[in-house]
Write a protein that binds this ligand. Structure first.
Ligand code: T1G
Length: 708
């Protein structure tokens, strides 16, 4: 492979050395870039024809951080701290010309510079904690010296990106220039070169004193909002070092903490999750005829909860959307819900009123099917009943323009059957949004054997345009997420009748890292959804297969969750806190007795094992069947649709990390104890366990997907 063209070049203009990094796509600090930049800085510092330096970038952004591709091997010299120290120690002024997203090591390079100029649209940040790391090249030591302890805590422990105006106000930037940021940076460099004042080195500034209140608050917030993650707490330790140690010692402490995290399983899992979220958008096996169609206008059929939220997705992405319902009252309710959603964001300050007005203005409510004639894509979000889908798709077939993409938001129904209601099955695809659709990032894009490649590509690109993580799946019962969720849900009910209570199962899975426990989630979304699903699927349960009807019993008592004040838990008026309910405990104990099951204490390890490995076993079957072609497809579904902890990478990644032999052995133990109905290991799992393989390294032959 051709070696990288030199990614760093220097041009000297009027005695200013403009050092430009050019390494697409984001000017990441690869070994070659670090070496080139260090060499360029040293040469310019020694050059008698140079009075000052500017560090700039070509392409779409200033340096976006260390090169993630290098993290799977030991760090190579020159190490980034050596580079940032050389910049800071440079006897001549060094000015950073920031644009795009100057993140991580990229912003650490800027912090080592003596002056930072940015475009108005530039964004800066130290998001390393989101990768299970901390800034490892001076960020935790220099930033607090510029912006103070409390602000540095928020930026580094939270890892959020900050806009140029806020960064300037905080002291992280020195100037916001027009869009010719290099010229502005050169002018600043020239001013500094002729100024009498000594260079302002952030590392030489007084250490920011520890703000005890802010420190305790940060620890509490990290323990709550980033539960189970190590990096946020380590970042706090590094910031305390900045406040208590001289710079040199603080840098040594920071580097030691960084290198420890760099080797951690959490960093590997979060890096996998980051890269997988980009890889999932790349469709293996799609040929050149898969050119996405242009989408300028959208339509949504059904103004219920999902339809209204899907219409918001289009409006948020800047697309005009016709929202159709066949019932005027339903349409009015849908519009009201949309307005209320936006108004909540405006009240919270996360959306400007003008932006709300613009977005509402893009949504045209209508009772007239003709309003869909010009749409390039129509998403059906009508009642989950196959006869309703038939009516809708027959109507769409009659009114939609040729080439329009016709998508169904169905969760469980067969997309191929729905496509068959039209004369254009090649234009039909599933776009399964997750509630609330305007918030949840997951989108399962469901193709049928007859879906045209261009239609699949269109839906995938549209998903990205809507800010979703679009995952390509082949039609199968429950697609990927709900199909695996059914396994976990079944095990949670069995655990209840065997001895656990809802709060035991929820605690174990929250400790594992899920954002909420399954019973609390069910109460939040409403138990009637699962109840209806059980009824709809009852005919599929083979005679003699174990079943548990505790959900039916709870629903039959009118306990449908938060909306009725009680479900698996009870709720005080106006309070959404799930409270264990003795009535539920009595019901479960009576059920066990009536079922002849002797209750026993169930360890958390068994709760987690049965809930997670049952999903992984189903995930293995999903891979075998070609419903998806990569384990990362499954992991993206669970990270972005079901609150699986990203610092565990996803269910398939977590199984790899646990070791597939151990997972396979656990499933065999469950089979021996509970029978083969639900615990027969998937052949792929057995094969990988035997051969030492990993799900995340297994790639189905892309051409061998199901139905092709
Ligand atoms: N290294 C390598 N490749 C990267 C990369 C990185 N840091 N960031 C992005 N890419 C690739 C990405 O995989 C994709 O590749 C392409 O660039 C476009 O990315 C020492 C240790 C910069 C805001 O955490 O947040 O510095 O799929 O699709 O939506 O203290 O990428 O095209 O082949 O996301 O416009 C800290 C991570 C690293 C920033 C652009 N930095 N990147 O978003 O494009 S750790 C980060 C992002 C560190 C130091 C520590 C985003 C972006 P492909 P994209 P985007």
């Amino acid at each position: 492979m051709e070696p990288d063209a030199a990614p760093v070049a220097t041009a000297i203009r009027d005695r200013i050395a403009v050092i430009t990094i050019d390494r697409p796509p984001v000017n990441a600090l690869s070994t070659a870039v670090r070496a080139g930049l260090l060499d360029a800085v040293r040469r310019a510092a020694a050059d008698r024809d140079v009075d000052a330096l500017v560090i700039a970038c070509a392409g779409r952004t200033f340096i976006a951080g260390a090169d993630l591709a290098e993290f799977d091997r030991p760090p190579e010299p020159p190490h980034l701290p050596e580079l940032t120290q050389a910049i800071e120690d440079c006897p001549k002024p060094v000015v950073a010309a920031l644009f795009g997203t100057a993140l991580g090591g990229g912003f650490e390079v800027a912090l080592a510079c003596h002056y930072r100029v940015a475009t108005p649209g530039a964004r800066i940040g130290l998001p390393e904690v989101k990768l299970g790391l901390i800034p490892g090249a001076g960020g935790t030591q220099r930033l607090p010296r510029l912006v103070g302890f409390e602000r540095a805590l928020a930026m580094i422990v939270g890892g959020d990106v900050v806009g140029a105006v806020d960064a300037l106000a905080a002291g992280a930037l020195d100037e916001i220039a027009g869009d010719d940021v290099v010229t502005a940076a050169a002018a600043a460099a020239r001013r500094l070169a002729t100024a009498a004042a000594p260079l302002r080195r952030s590392g030489a500034l007084a250490a920011a004193a520890v703000d005890r209140t802010a420190l305790e608050r940060a620890r509490r917030d990290a323990a709550k909002r980033q539960r189970g993650q190590h990096a946020p707490l380590v970042a706090i330790d590094a910031l305390c070092a900045a406040a208590t140690l001289p710079l040199a010692e603080g840098l040594i402490r920071e580097r030691a903490l960084f290198l420890e995290l760099r080797r951690s399983e959490q960093a590997a899992a979060l890096r996998y999750a980051f890269l997988a979220e980009r890889e999932v958008a790349k469709l293996p096996g799609l040929g050149a005829d898969a050119k996405p169609r242009a989408i300028h206008r959208a339509g949504v059929v059904g103004a219920g909860t999902m339809g209204a939220a899907i219409a918001m997705c289009f409006a948020n992405a800047g697309l005009p959307v016709a929202l159709l319902d066949v019932d005027a009252a339903g349409l009015a309710r849908g519009l009201e819900n949309i307005r209320r959603n936006y108004a909540t964001s405006v009240a919270r300050g996360s959306l400007a009123q003008a932006a709300m007005d613009e977005r509402v203005g893009r949504i045209a409510a209508t009772l007239d099917w003709d309003a869909l004639r010009e749409a390039d894509v129509v998403v059906e979000a009508a009642f989950e009943d196959i006869d309703v889908k038939r009516q809708v798709f027959e109507a769409l077939d009659a009114v939609a323009r040729p080439g329009a993409v016709l998508a169904t938001n169905t969760s469980y129904l067969d997309v191929a059957t729905i496509a068959g209601f039209t004369t254009r099955p090649q234009d039909v695809v599933g776009m399964h949004f997750f509630s609330p659709a305007n918030v949840m990032r997951l989108l399962e894009v469901v193709r049928t054997p007859r879906t045209a490649p261009a239609v699949l590509a269109t839906a995938m690109r549209l998903g990205r345009a809507l800010g979703k993580v679009a995952v390509p799946v082949m039609g199968s019962d429950g697609f990927v997420g709900n199909r695996m969720l059914m396994q976990r849900t079944r095990e949670t009910f069995f655990l209840l009748e065997e001895g656990a209570l809802p709060q035991d199962v929820d605690r174990a899975l929250v400790e594992f890292g899920f954002a909420m426990g399954p019973f609390a989630v069910a109460d939040l979304s409403g138990l009637d959804i699962g109840w209806a699903n059980r009824k709809a699927r009852a005919h599929r349960r083979l005679p003699g297969m174990r079943d548990c009807n505790l959900l039916d019993q709870v629903c039959e008592r009118g306990r449908l969750g938060q909306k009725t004040g009680a479900g698996w838990y009870r709720y005080e008026a106006g309070d959404r806190t799930p409270r264990p309910d003795p009535e539920i405990e009595a019901l479960i104990v009576a059920h066990s007795r009536a079922t002849g099951i002797e209750r026993r204490p169930i360890p958390d390890e068994e709760i987690v094992g049965r809930c997670v490995w049952s999903m992984v076993n189903e995930g293995a079957r999903i891979l075998e069947e070609g419903v998806v072609t990569r384990a990362l497809d499954i992991d993206m579904v669970w990270l972005h649709g079901y609150g699986f902890p990203a610092w565990r990478g996803g269910p398939m990644y977590a199984a790899d990390a646990a070791g597939l032999t151990a997972v396979h052995d656990a499933i065999l133990r469950y089979r021996d104890r509970f029978g083969p109905d639900y615990w027969t290991p998937a052949p792929l799992l057995g094969e990988l366990a035997r051969t030492g393989g990993r799900f995340t390294r297994w790639a189905r032959d892309a051409g061998a997907t199901r139905g092709s």
